[in-house]
Design a protein. Structure first.
Length: 473
């Protein structure tokens, strides 16, 4: 039979194929600390190397893997390595990478208990451990999603349900047409994913009230108070723990009572900053976090699990379920009921992401999570200190966490935006480390973010040297 002869081209057993893959992956991982960090590959080169016409017949799996790995390699960015300081990027702790391989081998569908009792149980365990580490209520429900964007989306869908339910409107059944208007207040500094979530939820990215922030990017409670003063009806307020530029925290302990006095829902985007709650030295920055009605957190940033992973935590479990369920909305009957993962996320069939979370938390331990966060933050402070010794460098933020904003200023009072862009370009071309630019208060600046478990002081020092030698004489 033709179909069977086709399969005969798979000369290797699956085990042999995976052993081959282990070798390729092992080589990549061994070289991580020394690999050039940014990629120089062009899009066209990659299309040419990996593309071409799809063959009519099968290609041997060994050849597929060998050719894929060599063709893709020049286009890989060393984001899992210790010196990628762009955006906010974590790596993969060894135990999480191994658990991720098992997740693929097991190929479980995390949709429901009947499809995977283990994937269901591990998500429940992750929920309990995470809430404990973050100092949040053990009653909060949790959905594991692809990242903080979907965690913000999921949380705000629950918020939308709850504030409209209070107004006598069933959003899931009736939709938004004719619904009472929801007042959405965000920080002027809210992450773009908040606006993307509002756009997807029919709440509009522009019809929000943006609350003024201070010089570090923290929402100003007095400005929030003024905006809330004359509002009534459904209210959602979006605050954040960890500004994506400065790392600063909105004063949640001051914001929460204002929101709750107005009968509003407080959502906190804590993609990476929330992990400060796992430390003893920086926990105070998250003061009041336990008062939030929903919290969005990333797993693939500071927890250092492989892409992709994020968590939506919601205090009102009924609102969470009602907004996400595939079933007809129903309400909690027994606290001991078997978890139905699909009730907490937008997806149905889904990767069993709980295994990597479990591996991260167990391999680090409760204290280890905090130590990882403290270590990265110390390294960020070290980078700021090394750079600020140079007369043309100005650090623009208070380095309270893992983020540093760096501006390069010419001696003659010339164009600092242009000089900063030039330094960023040179650092990226050099390849020792990778840093990107961002806009802060109208200025072009370099952003440094330290969130990888494997970064050392030596990595900071060679990177600081690379940055300093990129400043034109
Ligand atoms: C990274 C980030 C997001 C978006 O997270 P993704 O994982 O990329 O979806 C949202 N908010 C903040 C504050 C972030 O840092």
């Amino acid at each position: 039979m033709a179909c069977c002869s086709n399969y005969s081209v798979y000369a290797m057993t699956t085990n042999d194929l995976l052993s081959l893959t282990l070798g390729i992956a092992g080589d990549y991982l061994d070289k991580l600390p020394d690999r050039r960090v940014g990629s120089l590959a062009s899009y066209d080169d990659l299309l040419a190397a990996m593309g071409g016409e799809l063959s009519d017949g099968p290609v041997d799996a060994e050849r597929v893997i060998r050719e894929l790995s060599s063709a893709a390699d020049p286009g890989l960015v060393t984001t899992p390595g210790p010196r990628h300081f762009g955006f906010v990027i974590g790596g993969s702790l060894p135990a999480t990478l191994a658990a991720d391989w098992l997740t693929s081998a097991w190929d479980q569908n995390a949709f429901s208990f009947v499809l995977s009792p283990a994937a269901t149980a591990v998500e429940e365990i992750a929920r309990r451990w995470l809430l404990d580490i973050l100092g949040l209520s053990p009653q909060m429900t949790m959905g594991i999603v692809t990242g903080a964007t979907m965690a913000n989306f999921t949380s705000l869908a629950a918020a939308r349900h709850a504030v409209l339910r209070t107004a006598g409107w069933d959003i899931e059944e009736q939709g938004l047409f004719g619904a009472p208007e929801i007042h959405v207040l965000t920080s002027d500094e809210s992450h773009i994913s908040i606006f993307a979530s509002l756009q997807m939820l029919g709440l509009g990215r522009s019809r929000v009230t943006r609350i003024a922030a201070d010089d570090q990017g923290r929402m100003r409670p007095d400005a929030l108070k003024t905006s809330l003063a004359n509002l009534s009806g459904p209210i959602i307020v979006c605050a954040q723990a960890g500004n994506v530029n400065t790392g600063a925290f909105d004063p949640i302990a001051e914001i929460a009572p204002l929101v709750h006095d107005a009968n509003g829902w407080l959502h906190v985007d804590g993609a990476f900053g929330v992990w400060a709650a796992a430390t003893s030295t920086m926990r105070h920055l998250t003061k009041g976090l336990e008062l939030a009605d929903s919290v969005a957190v990333d797993g693939h940033k500071w927890l250092n699990v492989p892409y992709d992973c994020g968590f939506a935590f919601v205090r009102d479990g009924n609102a969470h379920r009602a907004s996400m369920t595939l079933d007809a909305p129903y309400y909690v009957k027994s606290p001991n009921e078997v978890r139905a993962n699909h009730n907490f996320v937008p997806e149905a069939s889904r990767r069993a992401r709980g295994f990597t979370v479990y591996a991260a938390l167990r391999s680090l331990g409760k204290q280890g999570v905090g130590e990882l966060v403290e270590r990265c933050s110390r390294l960020a402070a070290r980078m700021a200190e090394r750079l600020s010794a140079h007369p043309r460098v100005r650090i623009l933020n208070e380095v309270v966490l893992n983020q540093v904003l760096v501006r390069f200023e010419p001696d003659d009072g010339g164009d600092a935006d242009a000089l900063t862009a030039e330094v960023i370009r040179c650092v990226q071309a050099d390849g020792t480390c990778w840093l990107g630019g961002t806009t802060w208060h109208g200025m072009h600046v370099m952003r440094v973010s330290v969130a990888n478990w494997s970064t050392t002081e030596a990595d900071i020092d060679v990177s600081a040297d690379a940055i300093l030698r990129s400043i034109p004489a």
